[in-house]
Design a protein around this ligand. Sequence first.
Ligand code: SF4
Length: 276
Amino acid sequence: MLKEILYEECLGNWLEKRMLEEETPNIRGGMSGRLLPDDTPIGSSEQSCPRVALLRYHGVSKKPSLTSFMTWEIGFGWENLFEKIKTSPRISNLEKDKKVEGKYGFRGSIDIFANLDGEPTVFELKSVSSVSSYEKVFINKNPPDSYISQCAAYMLATGAKQGFLVFGFFSYVGKEYMTAGTRAKLGEKLAPDITEFKVTIENDDILIDGQFHCPVSAIERHQEVVTNSLKTGTPYPIRSQGGMCFFCPFKKVCDSLDRGEINGDFVEQCRKALYE
Ligand code: SF4
């Protein structure tokens, strides 16, 4: 009963109000991505797909589940905890949820923007909630591509030359819940922890911890093609890569589009696909 009250009556109403208040979606920070040199979109989540941006623009997206709301709340809690760095003498001018606008109608909200040792810095805070993500991010040092694009897009919008992706892990996993193989890779137990990746822009290149990631133009060109798609109402013609399609509910419709079987009604067919 309490779950229904919380989810159906309270969270649902709150979300509906938020969506009504929201300005024209444009390109939002969380939808940042990049293009390969041949203009193929690449990212780690379907949120970075230009076709998904068009669908969201037309109000076609899955209703958030209770799980999504709970995950968001963990994210808000992580922001509140991280904001405590403002008492450090190395931090000044800290702003939380700083709204920014960039080229091509890009808009977003930076989790934390502050001067670190006098240098304007973007801090994007992410939470890790599964053992597999822990392994990818904390052990293999491989942050999701779309998060890097998002941080870089905020740096471009603000002119900051450095940013940090800061990941928090907030669970305890005892050894009894891990296989011998997992323990060999991750250690005897997992406990809450933080890890970070530094994003910098040097000579029109985006670097992660000093290693080349992509040219700045890859992020800007992504924003440009998304804007064109929203303006013209036409789905971006090149299929996304890099794992974006794995969990996307629009795969079947995209297959039809790529086979040339859809004329002009992509958005409506995707809308129907959500309810099949
Ligand atoms: S299935 Fe289509 S809409 Fe979904 S991520 Fe892939 S290309 Fe984008």
